[in-house]
Design a protein around this ligand. Structure first.
Ligand code: HEM
Length: 237
């Protein structure tokens, strides 16, 4: 008898859990780092450099990002293949949301492959060939250079919107499936909060991307902190 991945209890729970911790957590940190570009190239490069100077970075990347991402994506693709969509017969919003969750998941698989090869490794022929890893002082220049190409910027807009949706609705599914939010009214409120979070994450993601195209992104420039220049420490003799 063929194995139905969507019915494998432990793997399914692990799939849901990895979406929240570590991947969801990682994305909040990543969105924050990208948003520091609102304050200019120097500030963004410093934040990237701080990450590169973290102790045990390679272990954190392998066990905290790449392996959970690989498991979450591959298992997600397998259960997407098994899903039977019924939006046409039952047009309820929850059925549509279920379908969006799978569509954004499949898109994110392709997007993340492109994104990690593009920036982390500089390995997409015809695009940027300098990896950000090991070149933190050039991080802003590398990203800003890529975002001059309209279709690359468009892919990133779609990437941050898909991530905003996938993560926010993922929180809702997690809370319901793990029995954290049980009552019908509570679930309705949580669903609305998740949809609000999806919009918030998408707007913040687009604004972070725009910070590489124009100073302060989509915001008026008075709202962005002028980078403070700290005077070098003077030595008293
Ligand atoms: C405004 C849009 C984005 C920008 C400017 C951006 C920028 C970057 C940069 C510069 C790196 C390389 C970091 C390094 O090597 O130190 C990176 C890595 C990465 N990004 Fe993004 N990113 C964006 C959106 C996203 C989205 C939507 C996701 C989805 C979850 C994502 C997930 C990742 C992952 C998994 C890595 C690899 C992390 C690592 O190697 O440590 N990024 N990103």
């Amino acid at each position: 008898m063929a194995i139905k991945f969507s019915k494998t209890f432990l793997l399914r729970k692990l799939h849901q859990l990895t979406g929240i911790v570590p991947l969801g957590l990682f994305y909040f940190v990543h969105l924050y780092t990208n948003s520091t570009a609102l304050n200019g190239p120097r500030i963004f490069n410093e934040h990237v450099e701080d990450i590169h100077n973290m102790a045990y970075l390679l272990f954190i990347e392998i066990f905290g990002i790449f392996l959970p991402l690989l498991f979450h994506s591959i298992y997600g693709l397998l259960i997407s293949g098994e899903a039977r969509h019924n939006v046409l017969s039952y047009g309820y919003s929850r059925n549509w949301f279920y379908l969006f969750q799978r569509i954004t998941g499949i898109f994110l698989f392709v997007f993340l492959l492109f994104h990690i090869l593009n920036f982390r490794f500089g390995l997409i022929p015809g695009l940027n060939m300098t990896p950000v890893a090991g070149n933190a002082d050039q991080a802003y220049r590398i990203v800003a250079g890529e975002f001059q190409i309209w279709w690359v910027l468009l892919i990133y807009f779609l990437g941050v919107i898909a991530t905003g949706w996938h993560l926010a609705y993922g929180f809702f599914l997690f809370a319901v499936d793990w029995g954290i939010v049980i009552g019908e009214k509570a679930q309705r409120i949580l669903l609305q909060a998740s949809l609000g979070l999806a919009v918030l994450l998408s707007v913040a993601g687009i604004n972070a991307a725009m910070a590489f195209v124009r100073p302060c992104g989509l915001l008026p420039q008075v709202l962005c902190e002028a980078p403070r220049v700290t005077a070098p420490a003077t030595r008293h003799v």
